[in-house]
Design a binder for this molecule. Structure first.
Ligand code: 8YV
Length: 303
């Protein structure tokens, strides 16, 4: 399947916004009023300023489930529809969470580097790691992806509890109404909450302190949900055992300190990055676009 951007340009006469800020400003001053639909992804979004620069915008079609970089309040005020690509990426993002979970507890990536550096031969066996099965896992955000992560962790005989804005109906996992309390009771905290103003730095120094020096953090959601500076401090000072991270506050920049730590696994935001899932996301993105252009409605609106 061709990339969504190419389909848009060939089949829909779409225009790619200039990358540089000044070029973009000039372009939008001249032509901003021409556009009725914006197709974007979580990394870019249609933020406050860009939305203002598109006075005739009617729809924001998001390639990805997260739409925290889009100004949904302004969209609602102006009657602009916003769509995302829910569900089709649940499996792959949950798989990534499990990969990070196993990797950081068992030190898989670090042990791989040990072998490659020739240290197995030179120094002998790799130091012992932490058992991954049977842990107490707290999930922050038991939404579509959080539930799939929980189901996979059941296969590891983990005890699962969760924190959400409100309890989720129809699940047997224990709801803990304070995130600090959930962290206190967990061996591993897995962050699966949507990004955006409501979840900004929810995992702060207090939550990390409640987690503790034997415990781990896994984040496959958004870097903004964690206070990254507090996380770096906790890891540097040995107040947290390790972290598995697919997302960061200022991607693609990763704090240099994390790159030095063998107890931290860093991935380049690849949660949904498989051929199969990206094809499904592309198909759903284009289905939203087609339906909007033909009927004025969206296949998977965000609200
Ligand atoms: C990205 C994601 O959208 O769906 C999301 O919210 O974070 C990812 O799937 C994807 O990398 C495309 O930018």
């Amino acid at each position: 399947m061709p990339a969504v951007g190419d389909v848009l340009i060939h089949d829909y006469d779409a225009v790619r916004l200039p990358d540089d800020a000044e070029g973009r400003r000039i372009f939008l001053d001249e032509r901003g009023a021409e556009f009725t639909v914006a197709v974007t992804s979580g990394r870019f979004g249609v933020g406050t300023e860009l939305m203002h620069a598109l006075p005739n915008l009617q729809a924001v079609i998001n390639f990805g489930v997260g739409y925290d970089t889009t100004d949904v309040d302004q969209a609602a005020e102006r009657g602009i529809g916003v769509s995302n690509t829910p569900d089709v990426l649940n499996d792959c993002v949950a798989d990534t969470a499990i990969a990070l979970y196993v990797d950081v507890l068992r030190r898989i990536s670090a042990a791989d580097r040990y072998v490659r550096r020739g240290e197995w031969e030179a120094k002998g066996n790799y130091p012992l790691a932490t058992k991954a099965s049977g842990k107490r896992v707290g999930i922050l955000g038991l939404g579509r992806i959080g539930k799939v992560i929980a189901r996979r962790l059941e296969g590891f005989d983990c005890t699962i509890a969760y924190h959400n804005r409100r309890p989720v109906e129809g699940v047997a996992y224990e709801y803990v109404d304070s995130l600090v309390e959930l962290a206190r009771r967990s061996d591993v905290l897995v962050v699966a909450a949507a990004g955006g103003p409501a979840s900004q730095k929810l995992v702060d120094a207090e939550v990390l302190a409640a987690l503790g020096p034997e415990d781990y953090l896994v984040n496959i959601a958004r870097g903004t949900v964690v206070d990254e500076a507090a996380l770096v401090d906790a890891l540097t000072e040995g107040r947290l055992a390790g972290a598995g991270l697919d997302v960061f506050e200022d991607e693609p920049r990763v704090p240099a300190q994390l790159l030095e730590m063998e107890n931290v696994v860093v991935l380049p935001h690849l949660g949904s990055g498989t051929h199969e899932t990206r094809a499904d996301m592309a198909a759903l993105t284009l289905a939203n676009l087609r339906r909007f252009l033909s009927e004025g409605t969206l296949e998977t609106p965000v609200k």
